[in-house]
Design a protein around this ligand. Structure first.
Ligand code: URP
Ligand code: ZN
Ligand code: ZN
Length: 464
């Protein structure tokens, strides 16, 4: 009788706590043994010279999510999860967005239908609460938390999504009662509206002015306010997509005071600056996202936040729109003002190679920090641990096999998403995930897509 379905042999296994030379035995989709001389398996994978790491968990992803009338997301669940697999990610956490006057159950039905039979890797939905009525917070949310939807996002900006402070307090207190975790998009909506109106009156409508319409103080103030509201209710929160030192320091100060505030940053804040929005003609629209990329010192601040642990999470905030498309960045209204350029950049596949190359290879973070920031901390924060996020006996065999020396020039065609560009075109990286496996089955093997569409499952979560 065979001992395992598969043994990954000869690689260097990396977790958030350790680096060790050992083989990985996989049985029934789970890691069953770690060690040497494990025995016989139906299949042996040679990983000599490779790093064997937990597959990435991307806990901030927008797939098939409407943004405005006539605007279409570039990625659905098929293309988004396919791209994730090519980038070494094995679990993505997309959003299920409630519309005003819609129940959470209705929204979930729609998003589950979009994801059904479409996913290459595992998924787990966060809710977006846009309409925090008494029945949503008092009846629907408690039931859904028990069913494994244990986190939700709220917005302090964007028409149709922004909540007032009183509503935020109600959501936070429902989160405290139910044990769910709130992710906050922190930007001051009134500041953004005021500056957007003013810029438009002055004829400053090119994509670059998007960055000026959402300055650092708008993010810092909202971050401070969100933390204050969480302190009043006495509940942990996640501040997502932090772009600069001032917002980062609000989080660090709060944690130093004994609060539990989790910070997240994203590749766009490490690699891009506002000057990328200055491209010729409408080229800058490719980089329009919120908060906007800032400057070099903000990039350094975000790297420091990752290295020091102020940011426990490094996610993509993948929110892709095609560039050269009337349903994307170059929609007719978008050409008339940055106000109408859909916000968001692709990054689901480039996320890990960027952090590996710019972070580990350049000595900014350790391999252990890489694994923690890209997988383990996401699993712990959002209730997927220990099923996911580590290479440990009993965990799902969600594994990315990395060639740490491979030199790759990032081009859009390597990423396999539904967009028509990458903000990181031409970036040279060292280290690449050559194979990605979900629950013991290869999805990408030696650079080829071998997984089955529909193999990815939705995962219910515990309270994080
Ligand atoms: O510009 C961004 N970040 N778009 C995605 C939606 C969000 O706020 O996360
Ligand atoms: Zn956001
Ligand atoms: Zn987002």
């Amino acid at each position: 009788m065979l001992d395992f379905d598969m043994i990954i042999r000869g690689g260097t296994v990396v977790t958030a706590g350790d680096t060790m030379r050992c083989d990985v035995g996989i049985r029934d989709g789970r890691i069953a043994a770690l060690g040497t001389d494990l025995g016989r398996a139906a299949e042996t994978v040679d990983a000599h010279g490779m790093l064997v790491m937990p597959g990435g968990i991307d806990s901030h992803v927008h797939l098939a999510q409407p943004s405005a009338p006539g605007i279409v997301s570039a990625d659905d669940f098929e293309t988004g999860t396919r791209s994730a697999a090519f980038g070494g990610t094995t679990t993505v956490m997309p959003f299920c967005m409630q519309e005003r006057d819609q129940s959470l159950r209705e929204a979930l039905k729609i998003y589950h239908a979009r994801a059904e039979d479409a996913c290459y890797v595992d998924t787990s939905f966060h809710l977006i609460i846009a309409d925090p009525t008494a029945s949503v917070l008092g009846q629907e949310l408690p039931a859904l938390v028990e069913e494994g939807y244990t986190s939700l996002k709220i917005y302090m900006t964007y028409a149709g999504l922004a909540l007032k402070d009183g509503e935020i307090l109600e959501v936070l207190s429902a989160a405290r009662r139910t044990g769910s975790l709130v992710m906050v998009h922190a930007e001051n909506d009134d500041v953004i509206r005021f500056l957007t109106d003013q810029l438009e009156r002055d004829g400053k409508t090119a994509p670059y002015y998007h960055a000026l319409s959402r300055p650092v103080p708008a993010e810092r103030e909202a971050t401070h306010r969100a933390i204050t509201l969480a302190e009043v209710v006495d509940v942990p929160i996640v501040i997502v997509h932090v772009s600069n030192a001032e917002a980062r320091d609000e989080i660090a100060r709060a944690n130093a005071r004994g609060l539990n505030i989790v910070g997240e940053t994203c590749p766009q804040y490490l690699m891009l600056t506002a000057s990328d929005l200055e491209g010729l003609d409408m080229e800058g629209a490719k980089y329009v996202c919120s908060p906007p990329p800032r400057d070099r010192s903000s990039q350094e601040a975000c790297w420091e936040g990752l290295a020091r642990g102020t940011f426990a999470l490094y996610s993509s905030d993948h929110c892709a729109f095609r560039y050269n498309d009337p349903a994307g960045k170059l929609n007719a209204k978008g050409r008339s003002s940055f106000r109408w350029v859909p916000n968001g950049v692709p990054g689901i596949a480039a996320r890990l190679p960027i952090l590996f190359s710019e972070g580990v290879i350049k000595g900014r973070i350790s391999l252990q920090q890489f694994v923690a920031l890209t997988a383990t901390n996401h699993a712990r924060t959002y209730g997927l641990y220990p099923r996911k996020g580590s290479i440990a006996i009993g965990s799902d065999a969600d594994i990315a096999i990395w060639d740490p020396e491979r030199q790759v020039t990032i081009t859009h065609d390597l990423l396999h998403d539904g967009a028509d560009y990458t903000p990181y075109e031409g970036l040279q990286v060292t280290g690449w995930p050559v194979s990605t496996m979900v629950r013991g089955r290869f999805v990408v093997r030696d650079g080829d897509l071998v997984g089955a569409k529909g193999f990815g499952e939705h995962v219910a979560r515990t309270k994080g």
